[in-house]
Design a binder for this molecule. Structure first.
Ligand code: AVJ
Length: 320
């Protein structure tokens, strides 16, 4: 086993600066909004792990089924020497791929990239202990900003799992894919997981579960603002809303003020009217043809597309 020290492209000062910027822009915007990346402090990451085990939240199980069935094929087709995971989190599903690459031999390095140094330190230590002979080189960074810092050379496979690409708005997604392509060389690969468009009666409960875990996850962003910026949100004054937008084909999560609310944050005095909503997340769903077309516009060629037996979730393997 070997773990190298984390490469830090994002420190607490950068994170603080970008949080303050996002809060200033989002809470003075009409309508109000916040980017979903601020959900994931330690508590938010735990709540998300809990979400992935809920009966209503199908994406994690469906994607795991795809990877379990096709990991060997992915290892063989790509013959990757370096595996790079964007937004790696706990790297749990990644183990299916690492197992397949281990059986095949030839993979030398695993590079998880995540904004959370603590999550990364824990996952790199665990992976290096379990995969003898694998170099684990964690990078603390933001996948929308640090794609130019990926290690060069040696037949690379970049993976972006979980459907997290759906958190980006269409223009951001196009930019992300273009930058990913620019970071790759001809012959390198991208594996991307996308939740698929289906009956909203299946999608909406995944974002509005019976046990209320997603509601707590959603409200957690207010606790992050209270702790990190000294804001005075009362999370109990906001109810969780999950809405399917049939035109955009995405889920929106919002927090709705139950009563008129006034919040002090930074040097702002933010007023919510009763019933006013704060958008906290967009989670886009995809059609197979749309995914291939978006990849192609960025110069990435979809060579395989797999789904789980219930066609809930898609995984695309594309070549640069
Ligand atoms: C981690 C972004 C893939 O959009 O389904 C889960 C986050 N939000 N429940 C998703 C999430 C509400 C999740 N991603």
């Amino acid at each position: 086993m070997s773990t190298e020290p984390l490469k830090i492209h994002l420190d607490d000062r950068d994170i603080g600066r970008s949080l303050r910027h996002d809060v200033r822009v989002g809470l003075t915007g009409v309508p109000k909004w916040l980017p979903p990346k601020w959900f994931y402090d330690a508590r938010g990451s735990e709540l998300f792990e809990e979400i992935t085990r809920l009966p209503e939240y199908y994406p994690t199980r469906a994607e795991r089924a795809v990877l379990a069935t096709h990991a060997t094929e992915i290892a063989e087709l790509t013959g990757a020497k370096t595996l790079i995971e964007l937004g790696s989190g706990s790297s749990e599903k990644t183990r299916l791929l690492l197992d397949a690459f281990t059986r095949r031999r030839g993979l030398g390095t695993f590079v998880p990239l995540d904004v959370s140094a603590s999550a990364l330190a824990a996952s790199t230590a665990a992976l290096a202990a379990d995969y003898a002979g694998l170099r684990v080189r964690g990078i603390v960074g933001d996948f929308t900003r640090h794609l130019d810092r990926l290690p060069a050379g040696g037949r690379r496979l970049v993976i972006f799992l979980g459907g997290t690409i759906g958190n980006l708005l269409p223009a951001e997604r196009a930019e992300f894919l273009t930058r990913t392509r620019a970071a790759l060389e001809v012959g390198d690969w991208l594996l991307v997981g996308t939740d698929l468009v289906k009956d909203p009666a299946v999608i909406v409960p995944a974002y509005d579960d019976e046990a209320g875990v997603t509601a707590e996850f959603n409200r957690n962003v207010l606790r992050v603002l209270n702790r990190e910026l000294g804001a005075d949100f009362d999370p109990a004054a906001f109810t969780h809303v999950a809405l399917w937008d049939p035109e955009q084909e995405w889920i929106e999560m919002r927090l709705r003020a139950q009563r008129p609310v006034r919040v002090r944050v930074l040097d702002l005095d933010v007023a919510f009217a009763e019933g006013e909503e704060l958008r906290t997340e967009v989670s886009a769903k995809f059609h197979p043809e749309g995914i291939a077309a978006e990849l192609a516009s960025a110069g990435l060629h979809a060579e395989r597309f797999w789904t789980d037996p219930d066609d809930l979730f898609g995984v695309t393997l594309a070549r640069a």
